[in-house]
Ligand binder design. Structure first.
Ligand code: ADP
Ligand code: MG
Length: 348
């Protein structure tokens, strides 16, 4: 189990800065996610840790030891790539045996290490096959076994499930998480897929344009995102322009409503509420009037479109009853889930 400390890591390939002073602490044994849109610099950070790309500035420590000055092979990281990157002409066994052989282990230990890694990913029976004769999912499991056999101090995973179909992806999420936990690995997992991050992570850092925007547990980043970019990147959300008062209220076209302030002081702000946190008010309960103008049926839930004083709201309801388009309903927000966020980046 390795404690990882990243400080002030910056990188530019040309003039444009790609990483702008990234600071991160990854706890020993943690499955840590870096989540962000394509092009924000996620792979660049992984490559810097692995030693495939050189940082312009900053330090990285594994258990206090500075590793950026070490050659790649001395850092003991192992990477799983989106495209597997297996050697097609070598058997599965030989692919997985690469790191233990390089370590100069005796034959018996190599056999044992490779055998164990292939067992973990349930690929032992394919040891003599060549990668091109395997399915995408099987190749990805071999790539994972190869990384495990390297006994890394830090396991790096770069969008490892992006090439798999949805069903296999779901199955592999649980599997990768279980393996990391059983082996007490410290792992840094990069993805643009919020479901993957929310369902697997111990903690998530949300990255945007080379900067960490927010960091926390899946519940924290989803429920208390801190800014509009993070709120939107993690799921559907309604934004309502308005004015945050000093007394925990928010004044907008919907009236004066109680609000939890996040990272913003009194004044112009954006009220944010997730569709599943808007409720139909019970008789006698406080609320505001909104007209139902549209409906999207999603099977287990329904998305209702509402208009209220010029504000458009999407409301998600599980096990939806029949409701009438054109009718006016009383709605309210679940206490604690209506957040005030800084206004400046609402449109990003
Ligand atoms: P992500 O993994 O988040 O999609 P990357 O780290 O791969 O992002 O890339 C971040 C930015 O850096 C992108 O704009 C990409 O085009 C650019 N980039 C990546 N690698 C290189 C390179 N070797 N030379 C020049 N630009 C690069
Ligand atoms: Mg990438």
């Amino acid at each position: 189990m390795t404690e990882v400390e990243i400080r002030g890591v910056s990188k530019r390939y040309t003039e444009a800065p790609i990483l702008k002073g990234v600071d991160l602490d990854i706890h020993a044994g943690e499955l840590f996610f870096l989540l962000g849109p394509s092009g924000c610099g996620k792979s660049t950070l992984l490559r810097i840790l692995a030693g495939l790309v050189e940082a312009d500035a900053g330090t990285v420590r594994f258990d206090g030891e500075d590793i950026l000055t070490l050659p790649p092979e001395k850092r003991r990281t192992a990477m799983v790539f989106q495209n597997y990157a297996l050697w097609p002409h070598l058997s599965v066994f030989e692919n997985v045996a690469f790191a233990p052989r390089n370590s100069g282990y005796p034959k018996s230990r190599i056999r044992e290490t490779v055998g164990r890694a292939l067992e973990v990913v349930e690929m032992a029976e394919f040891a003599q096959r060549k990668p091109p004769s395997l399915s995408g999912g099987q190749q990805q499991r071999v790539a994972l076994a190869r990384a495990l056999a390297a006994e890394p101090r830090l396991l790096l995973l770069d969008e490892p499930l992006s090439n798999l179909d949805a069903r296999l992806r779901d199955a592999m999420r649980g599997k990768i998480k279980a393996i990391c936990k059983a082996r007490k690995l410290t792992a840094l997992y990069v993805t643009h897929d919020r479901q993957e991050a929310l369902s697997m992570a111990d903690r998530i850092a949300v990255m945007h344009r080379g900067v960490i925007r927010h960091l926390g547990t899946p519940e924290e980043v989803y429920n208390h995102p801190g800014d509009c970019f993070t709120a939107k990147f993690l799921g559907d959300v309604n934004f309502i322009p308005g004015e945050l008062g000093g007394d925990g209220t928010f004044r907008s076209a919907l009236g004066v409503l109680p609000i939890a302030a996040e990272n913003v002081s009194a004044g112009p702000a954006v009220g944010a509420i997730r569709p599943e946190r808007i409720r139909f008010a019970a008789p006698g309960e406080a609320g505001f009037a909104a007209k139902l103008v549209g409906r999207t049926f999603l099977g287990e839930s329904c998305e209702w479109d509402f208009e209220s004083s010029g504000v458009h709201l999407v409301v998600r309801e599980g096990a939806p009853p029949a409701r009438r388009i054109g009718e006016t309903y009383q709605l309210n927000f679940e206490p604690g889930f209506f957040m005030a966020l800084p206004r400046e980046d609402a449109d990003e």
